[in-house]
Design a protein around this ligand. Structure first.
Ligand code: PLP
Length: 393
């Protein structure tokens, strides 16, 4: 069969299964109101949680870095790409997380792949939550360690697995801080205890917690009072969500950093980040400390929108954060609802399998500090209209 016939057949199959994905072009600055197909929409599905993507200080830092260093680092970090911004950024990240050291990666996806596969391997075991992000799952698979998946946040099941797997070389528990499709949290204090009790290492992917949770925006560990080396052993996060830039990092001990520089393939064999992305991330971390009111605005907005959804009779269980899922269950209906909302001026991407388990398709709303009350109230009116039209209210 010619190769393009094969692809065509596969695409048709995805369409028949209501699993086909396509790209939508967003027009205008990365803000709460953007244009889609020439129409203004309120965006309620971005990860620009603090609204920093268009913050004047991040833009100025990126422009200044571009003027001075250019737009490309033009080599891997171990070759000639380790530009002058990395030290500052890694010091700031280590300080925010109360850890000895940080190492910046190109993306969160690559950090999960590169860290998990460097830390465990054949003869080891990695335990992960059934709702862990795809990049955590892929990192586990790539590592060639035995992969044990426990039901979401089920610590009894995890403990049974830990008991059953004695005698292996290294044991890693890899979980998310904030679960990206549900907005609930890992039970971190109990996970820390279990990891210590069974001599396992604990790795946290805090892509959605960093910048928004905790007094200082330190993330899920700070929220639980577990920042620093007494909590998790290894923490991963991204610069492309609340921090409004691009890239990712791992924090932990100095020896972990040095080990990863030597052993983590997705760190070693890739181009260094572009100077404007690094400079913008530095500016974002400065703002985190200087302007806690941005975080306050986010949580005020979250409360307002969540109460609005609840007032309509829509549940956002099990969320306790800025990620607010409304379960619609049927994948076709979910995508139709998402399209109808777009016509009504609200962009909230429908989420369906395989991103979430079968039968749990949903609209996943994400609120940001940059939304105005008028944005949120207008969006709630559109949600009410669309859900009524679909007889879901
Ligand atoms: C929990 C989680 N981990 C990792 C990633 C990947 O991060 P990045 O977008 O920097 O590759 C994401 C992004 O969607 C995520 O939600």
């Amino acid at each position: 069969m010619p190769v393009s016939d094969y692809f065509h057949r596969e695409i048709e199959r995805l369409k028949r299964k209501d699993s086909h994905r396509w790209l939508r072009t967003m027009e205008g600055p990365t803000a709460p109101r953007m244009q889609v197909d020439g129409r203004e929409v309120i965006v309620l599905c971005s990860s620009n949680y603090l609204g920093l993507a268009t913050h004047p200080r991040l833009k100025a830092a990126a422009i200044e870095a571009t003027e001075r260093l250019g737009v490309c680092s033009a080599a891997a970090r171990l070759v000639a790409g380790n530009n002058e911004f990395y030290d500052t950024l890694e010091e700031q990240l280590a300080e925010l997380k109360g850890r000895e050291a940080a190492l910046v990666y190109s993306t969160g996806y690559m950090a999960n792949l590169g860290v998990i596969s460097a830390v465990v391997g054949e003869g080891d075991v990695v335990y992960t939550d059934a709702l862990s992000h795809a990049s955590v799952i892929d990192g586990c698979r790539l590592s060639r360690a035995a992969v044990k998946i426990f039901p979401h946040n089920d610590l009894n099941a995890l403990e049974n697995l830990l008991k059953a797997e004695g005698g292996l070389r290294r044991r890693l528990i890899a979980v998310n801080g904030v679960y990206s499709m549900d907005g609930d949290l890992a039970p971190l204090p109990d996970l820390v205890k279990l990891a210590k009790q069974y001599d396992a290492w604990l790795m946290l992917d805090d892509a959605h917690g960093t910048g928004v949770l905790g007094e200082r925006g330190g993330g899920t560990a700070e929220y639980f009072g577990l920042e620093g080396p007494e909590g998790v052993d290894i923490e991963i996060g991204t610069l492309g969500k609340a921090l409004g830039s691009f890239g990712a990092y791992v924090v932990g001990s100095q020896s972990l950093r040095e080990y990863l520089i030597n052993r983590s393939r997705s760190f070693i064999f890739t181009c260094a980040l572009a100077p404007p992305a690094l400079a913008a991330a530095i500016a974002a971390l400065e703002l985190l400390g200087q302007e806690p009111e941005i975080r306050q605005r986010l949580w005020d907005n979250v409360r307002h929108f969540r109460e609005g959804l609840h007032g309509l009779g829509l549940s956002t269980e099990p969320s306790v954060t800025h990620i607010l899922p409304v379960m619609t269950c049927d994948r076709r209906q979910t995508m139709a609802l998402s399209e109808r909302l777009l016509e009504l001026g609200v962009f909230c991407q429908g989420i369906r399998p395989p991103t979430v388990p079968q039968g749990t398709s949903r609209l996943r709303f994400t609120v940001t500090a940059a939304h105005s009350r008028a944005d949120l109230d207008q969006a709630l009116k559109a949600v009410e209209k669309a859900f009524r039209e679909f007889a879901l209210l």
